[in-house]
Design a protein. Structure first.
Lengths: 670, 100
């Protein structure tokens, strides 16, 4: 506990980079801007590695308080940092993947305007994200939470001249506001009932409470409100709509913010609040249901998208759904495990997709790609690894984490498992569809590709991306292969080290430790027997389920192979035969339109007709105008007294004197 | 002995004549004379009270008023001459340069 790791340096370093690039970047050369950005994000990564190397010698959780922030009576919030296994994992993922994507961005954004602005925002994002994961209280976490939203807004709208990008940024920001509202209310409830937002104090107090198994109570309410916040940030139903639109941003941004890190903040937050959720089983059920629905829903939409980034966006939403399934069945470490592997392979997928887009001159429509396998081999091979990883093909990273989630989901309810496996099949199908459409067959685009949506037109033929973009791809590809090996389950001869590593975080506050507080005979929640330890069910059962989920993945591969490689004319026929259903899926179930009709249109109408025309113009403006008009009318009448005629003034004086006199006489005679 | 009230009534009548003349006449000299009439109406009530209560202060007041009235007549007539030279009229309604 005595060792001081200077944790505050980790978020501050990227902030310095952001400040330098933001204030001075305009005058610096591109080389200098990228050097600054890479130095500071790399330094943060180095710090994270240093922290990791010192980790075993720390007494956990390791807390460093830098300065007091708010002191109001008993209530106190500090600028403090909290390091345990969970935040270490997040720290490494954020700084590691973030650093790789910084490197990639140098190549990707090289020919863009606003180069320094991009890196300033990117570093700013790193600052807020690291604040979020390292905060030792909910309020500081909330700062980071809002800050990453801001950075996300700035980066989605990076090409703000494009109307669609600007409105996508606004959509993301406003949708997140809805979630933040829930988060804030949860914080208010925590302050009111526990008087603290500091994790260690708070969870200690929460641990003293018994689970709300009998009925929903305070903790359930807090849990549900936190979930509202998480649903906003992590793009879950019903607030997922911003994420696909967020693809308007530059592709590295999609990789870093909208796939690998920021959108997982909700998962992290729920996992961090596990002490609350463990005592609110109904809130957990809601989390699981939302996760399940989102996973399935987004996967079906992903099947019919043709924009390469939109497919990946819906895939991200779907994979985040998986993480929430894991959280919902109290398999927190499985959720974080998937978060980590997903950061690797989805970050890789986006970067590879960016490389593809880069190579074909800004084209994003897969229908105008094809046959790129031989032309951009490095991109092809890395993307292949990522595709196999997300499809859950062993022994790649996605297999282990997804299998872990499915197995734990099955233990909670077979419905989660069925939908999960079906979603795994869909995931595999649309990913291989993307893969086949992009890399196989014949090239369907124009030879000389023009300037597309992504302003990357180079006017010359298809070309492999520069080395600076390929190196991060390769590193992430390696991570996508080996990343899962730290969590090999017991049924496959491993020991699930990842689960054991995270175990102490989640077990320390598990209700089981407070068995003394619970009434005898009350059934203990499932996590105390399964979290970190092997389930009682035999390995053979687990192996069978593993087999089924792998089979689902292979089935998706096979179907995609059949439809998009062997018989490319089939998908069109199927689409026509499905008719309106296909249309609905392709149009994302018209969710945007429904939201527009239910929420946005009444809001706009209410604002323009009631608030603007009615209240602002009708009441406020009118009252001001009427006051002015009234003053003028009264003055018009009164100014006739001021004739400029001395004798009329004298008359008034005489009249006044007469009145005073009359009054005095009247008073005197009374 | 004439009762005090007679003087006061006469004083009131003189004052009212002055006010009426001030208000209805247009000739600036007539207005000036109306002012003198008002002053003297007040003077009359002063001396009447002074005689009635055997107090000298009322008479002293009258002297003051007469001095001020004399000064006022000098200044006022000078102004009237200046106005007449400029405007060639003694009608106050046409001396309206400052009016909007």
């Amino acid at each position: 506990m005595t060792s001081n790791l200077y944790l505050w340096l980790i978020p501050i370093l990227p902030l310095i980079g952001a400040a330098i690039n933001g204030f001075l970047g305009k005058r610096l050369s591109r080389q200098a801007v990228s050097a600054v950005a890479l130095t500071f994000s790399g330094a943060a990564f180095a710090m994270a590695l240093y922290v990791a190397s010192q980790f075993s010698s720390l007494s956990l959780p390791h807390i460093e308080t830098v300065a007091p922030w708010i002191r109001a009576g008993q209530f106190q919030v500090d600028f403090g940092f909290y390091l345990d296994q969970l935040s270490l994992v997040m720290l490494l993922v954020v700084t590691g993947v973030g650093f790789l994507i910084h490197i990639y961005s140098v190549g990707y954004m090289w020919e863009e305007g606003g180069f320094y602005r991009f890196f300033s925002y990117l570093n700013l994002f790193m600052f807020f994200m690291l604040t979020l994961v390292l905060a030792n209280n909910y309020l500081l976490m909330f700062i980071g939470w809002e800050g990453v939203g801001l950075a996300s807004y700035l980066l989605i709208g990076f090409w703000f001249i494009k109307d669609s990008a600007a409105s996508a940024g606004k959509k993301a920001f406003i949708t997140n506001r809805v979630g933040d509202f829930g988060f804030l209310i949860a914080l208010f409830l925590l302050i009111q009932h526990f008087g603290t937002l500091t994790f260690s104090d708070l969870f200690q107090k929460v641990s003293a409470l018994s689970p709300e198994t009998a009925g929903a109570g305070l903790l359930t309410a807090i849990g549900l409100l936190l979930m509202v916040g998480a649903a906003g940030k992590s793009a879950q139903i019903p607030l997922y709509v911003w994420l696909p639109d967020a693809m308007e941003g530059p592709t590295p941004v999609s990789a870093l913010i909208h796939a690998a890190t920021m959108v997982t903040a909700g998962v992290y937050m729920v996992a961090r609040s596990h002490a609350i959720f463990e005592r609110a089983p109904e809130a957990l059920t809601v989390v699981a249901i939302i996760g399940t629905l989102t996973a399935l829903f987004a996967a079906t939409i992903g099947v019919a998208q043709t924009d390469i980034k939109k497919v990946l966006a819906y895939s991200t939403v779907s994979q985040l759904g998986y993480m929430f399934i894991a959280l919902g069945v109290a398999a927190f470490s499985a959720g974080i495990f998937h978060l980590m592997t997903h950061a690797f392979f989805k970050g890789l997928l986006f970067l590879a997709a960016g490389s593809v887009i880069h190579s074909v001159g800004g084209e994003q429509d897969m229908r105008r790609m094809g046959g790129l396998r031989t032309k951009i081999p490095v991109t092809f091979w890395t993307m292949t690894i990522a595709t196999f990883a997300i499809a859950g093909i062993p022994p790649l990273a996605g297999f282990f984490s997804k299998d872990e989630i499915l197995w734990r989901a099955y233990q909670a309810s077979w419905i989660y498992w069925v939908i999960g496996v079906f979603t795994a099949f869909l995931t595999s199908f649309y990913m291989f569809r993307l893969w086949f459409m992009t890399f196989f067959g014949t090239y369907r685009g124009e030879a000389e590709s023009g300037h597309g949506q992504d302003p990357h037109g180079h006017g010359h033929g298809i070309h492999e991306s520069p080395k600076i973009m390929l190196v991060p791809l390769v590193i992430l590809a390696i991570l996508s292969v080996v990343g899962g090996w730290i969590g090999v389950p017991g049924s496959l001869g491993g020991s699930n080290r990842f689960d054991h590593f995270l175990g102490p975080v989640f077990r320390s506050t598990a209700p089981a430790l407070n068995a003394a507080h619970t009434a005898p005979g009350e059934t203990a929640p499932p996590e105390n027997q399964t979290e970190g330890t092997e389930p009682q069910t035999g390995h053979s059962t687990e192996l069978a389920f593993t087999g089924i989920s792998v089979l689902a993945g292979l089935l998706g591969l096979g179907l995609a192979y059949l439809l998009y490689y062997r018989r490319p004319e089939l998908p069109h026929r199927i689409a026509t035969s499905l008719g309106s259903f296909y249309e609905a899926v392709r149009n994302k179930y018209y969710v945007d339109e429904i939201y527009a009709a239910i929420f946005i249109k009444p809001l706009i109408d209410g604002s323009s007709k009631v608030l603007w025309k009615g209240i602002d113009q009708g009441v406020i403006d009118n009252s001001v105008n009427d006051a002015a008009d009234g003053a003028r009318d009264v003055s018009d009448a009164v100014r006739r007294m001021q004739s400029g005629n001395i004798r009329s003034y004298a008359s008034w004086v005489a009249l006044g004197a007469a009145c005073v006199l009359a009054y005095m006489i009247w008073m005197g005679t009374r | 002995m004439v009762p005090l009230s007679y003087y006061l009534v006469l004083s009131g009548i003189l004052f009212a004549c002055g006010v009426t003349g001030f208000i209805i006449k247009r000739n600036i000299i007539t207005i000036f004379m109306s002012i003198e009439l008002m002053l003297n109406g007040v003077n009359l009530s002063f001396v009447a009270f002074a005689a009635n209560w055997k107090a000298l202060s009322g008479q002293v007041f009258v002297f003051f008023v007469m001095v001020v009235a004399a000064a006022e007549a000098a200044v006022g007539l000078a102004i009237i001459i200046a106005v007449y030279r400029n405007r060639e009229t003694l009608n106050v309604d046409r001396v309206n340069l400052l009016k909007l």
